[in-house]
Write a protein that binds this ligand. Structure first.
Ligand code: CMP
Length: 159
């Protein structure tokens, strides 16, 4: 990581967003906030990786349908980096239920659904670490210096 206070978090742009041609709109929102993209790729997810990723939901009635939904089309997986990136990304994503999410958030502006809720984001440091390993090889994450860093953060935040 290029800065010791920075966190990394995983965002999955779900099949509904890809099919609705919202990928650019979603990436734009994270970029404009000042988050740094350190990994980005298109993936097709299979049953095994989805069963692991959603293992905490395996007893829920929606589990099989959630997995089929996530296999309907490719997803875009990315790792975003920034100070407090995990909570900032969740704030930008908005509440899980699209119809209840606040306007101004990705889900509030773009989703009418609980399942088809456009993005997934890591919910804690532990989850982020596990999800980075689940979706990315080490050499797919690129540790580069972003030119806007000194303008996105104040000096004391960078220390
Ligand atoms: P996410 O927060 O990324 O991770 C779990 C996903 O399960 C969630 O987004 C929704 O896509 C889906 N989900 C959660 N609750 C429900 C539900 N009640 N019915 C259908 N899908 C759900």
């Amino acid at each position: 990581m290029t800065h010791n206070k920075a966190e990394r978090t995983v965002v999955l742009i779900k099949p509904d967003a890809l099919q609705r041609a919202l990928v650019g709109e979603i990436i734009k929102r994270f970029e404009q906030k000042g988050l740094k993209i350190v990994a980005l790729k298109l993936m097709e997810l299979g049953d095994a990786i989805l069963s692991e990723h959603y293992s905490h939901h395996k007893e829920k009635p929606f589990f099989p349908k959630l997995k089929s939904f996530m296999m309907q089309a490719p997803i875009v997986a990315m790792v975003l980096e920034g100070i407090e990136a995990i909570s900032v990304v969740r704030m930008i994503a908005g509440k899980t239920q699209g119809r209840e999410a606040d306007m101004g958030t990705i889900r509030g502006d773009l989703s009418m659904s609980t399942q088809a809720n456009i993005v997934h984001s890591s919910d804690s440091k532990e989850t982020a670490e596990a999800e980075i390993k689940r979706f990315f090889k080490e050499n797919e994450i690129i540790d580069y210096v972003h030119g806007n860093f000194n303008f996105v953060y104040a000096e004391e935040e960078r220390e």
